[in-house]
Design a binder for this molecule. Structure first.
Ligand SMILES: C[S@@+](CC[C@H](N)C(=O)[O-])C[C@H]1O[C@@H](n2cnc3c(N)ncnc32)[C@H](O)[C@@H]1O
Length: 206
């Protein structure tokens, strides 16, 4: 049987390695910033990084003066890494430990970012639950940026199978409520020197 994407799996992964040792480590989240930071995104926009793990996106957003940043992850051990890295700035961030397929947001967001999380949802049931969480959390006009392995990207990550996407198949998966506005092809080089092909796409909730 395939290993399940579970709290235990992700807790173990983050407890066992430094952030620089993780294959998805990215010191500067350039494409994410490029797609997220549209001129209409105000500094007090509510931004959620879904499955943010130990990502440096939160650092980059705080450095740019964004005041309402939330980071959600299934693994508390991942968020603890960002928390220690940010030191006193950690108190400016809203940290959420939750499984996105079971989460019901208490507030509404202007922007939803996901780098390499949605592609782990390999069952229709989990994808439906993710979409429901996104629809519930995002304001009309809100921005969605999702980065997944591309069709010619890896078939697995962190020992788990993934579902790969093109911008078109991701758009079809999200449905008509999310209007596609931009995509980028990205090659991420892991610390071990492997090249992984991603697609990043931006949508607007109509
Ligand atoms: C490949 S890592 C990417 C982390 C981060 N987005 C980045 O770019 O560095 C996948 C992340 O998704 C989180 N994750 C996996 N399944 C999840 C779920 N169902 N709900 C919330 N987070 C999840 C993991 O704990 C991990 O931090």
């Amino acid at each position: 049987m395939e290993p399940a994407s579970s709290i235990e799996h992700w807790q173990r992964v983050y407890a066992a390695r430094s952030e620089e040792e993780l294959s998805w480590y990215e010191p500067v989240p350039g494409i994410s910033l490029d797609l997220l930071l549209t001129p209409s995104l105000q500094k007090d926009a509510k931004i959620l990084d879904v499955g943010g793990g130990a990502s440096h996106l939160v650092d980059a957003l705080l450095d740019r003066g964004f005041t309402q940043v939330s980071v959600l992850d299934i693994a508390e051990s991942a968020l603890e890494k960002s928390h220690s890295r940010l030191a006193e700035k950690a108190s400016w961030v809203h940290w959420i430990v939750a499984d996105i397929t079971q989460w019901q947001s208490e507030k509404k967001y202007n922007a939803w970012h996901d780098r390499a999380v949605f592609h782990f949802l390999t069952t229709e049931q989990d994808r439906r639950a993710y979409r429901a969480a996104m629809e519930n959390a995002l304001l009309p006009g809100g921005i969605v940026v999702i980065g997944t392995f591309a069709l010619d990207g890896p078939e697995r990550c962190s020992g788990l199978p993934v579902q790969r996407y093109s911008p078109e198949s991701l758009s079809a998966e999200l449905g008509d409520a999310f209007r596609w506005t931009a995509s980028r092809k990205v090659e991420h080089t892991t610390q071990a020197g492997k090249v992984q092909r991603f697609q990043f796409s931006r949508f607007v909730r109509d």
